[in-house]
Design a protein around this ligand. Structure first.
Ligand code: PGA
Length: 248
């Protein structure tokens, strides 16, 4: 299974930031054993493809239908036409800010997959859920509700992102990450059979150059989804290199 290091620029970046992408692309060219991906804002997507080299460029969201009267939305085939190869579905910020529920996330992921995109489906408990000891239950429910039946090892990636770890500088312990990823793997196999063994499971939430190697070494961690530290090549490239070293 190839490790995937994916950056999510969220609502950040202007054309000037494509210079960061140039440096990320250069690093990725030197680490062919792993996959590197960046999701810039929609406005930069087309241009980013021209700066990406081996880096896959993707969207941060898509609509669940292919076209129509949906002001302000972007459909999966539109992303494909711009050169996107993946789309993030159900990021916790989409779930929290825009009320996206599991059934909508599943529909978006299915729309992505039927358009030929890799769907990176995000799941993860919030802080009250973890404090109540219900993290495993919440993550299992989100996984079951958000994974479309069209999923295979080739068109689905899961990203486990505890909401309380995103942008906070706090992470679960390595044991907690390994435990949750083990649980997700087991459930993926139940849901998708053999295909579930090959679905990559990323960890996301305050991944930095300092903690990346330890996190990526955890059992069933097949890569990372990175927000803040993906905004500069100085911070993102060391994470790519850490992943490449472990993949050797
Ligand atoms: P962060 O974001 O790396 O800034 O914590 C992670 C994410 O939202 O995927």
């Amino acid at each position: 299974m190839r490790t995937l290091i994916a950056g999510n620029w969220k609502m950040n970046g202007s054309r000037a930031m494509l210079a960061e992408l140039d440096r990320i692309a250069e690093a990725a060219a030197g680490t062919p054993a792993i996959d590197v991906a960046i999701a810039p804002p929609f406005t930069l997507l087309g241009e980013a493809v021209g700066h990406a080299g081996p880096v896959a460029i993707g969207g941060q969201d898509c609509h669940q239908v292919a076209q129509g009267a949906h002001t302000g939305c972007i459909a999966a085939p539109m992303l494909v036409e711009m050169g996107a190869r993946f789309v993030i579905c159900g990021h916790s910020e989409r779930r929290a800010e825009f009320g996206e529920i599991d059934s909508l996330v599943r529909a978006k992921a299915e729309a992505a997959q039927t358009s030929g995109l890799l769907a990176i489906v995000c799941i993860g408990e919030d802080e009250p859920g973890r404090d109540r000891g219900q993290a495993a239950m919440a993550v299992t429910a989100e996984l079951e509700g958000s994974v479309p039946p069209t999923s295979t090892a080739a068109n689905l990636v899961i990203s486990y992102e505890p909401a309380w770890a995103i942008g906070t500088g706090r992470t679960p312990t390595m044991a907690e990450i390994a435990e949750m990823h083990g649980l997700i793997r087991a459930r993926l196999i139940q849901l998708l059979g053999e295909q579930g063994r090959g679905v990559r499971i990323l960890y996301g939430g305050s991944v930095t150059p300092d903690n990346a190697a330890a996190i990526l070494a955890c059992a069933e961690v097949n890569g990372a989804l990175i927000g803040g530290a993906s905004l500069s090549a100085d911070r993102f490239v060391p994470i790519v290199r850490a992943a490449a070293n472990l993949a050797r």
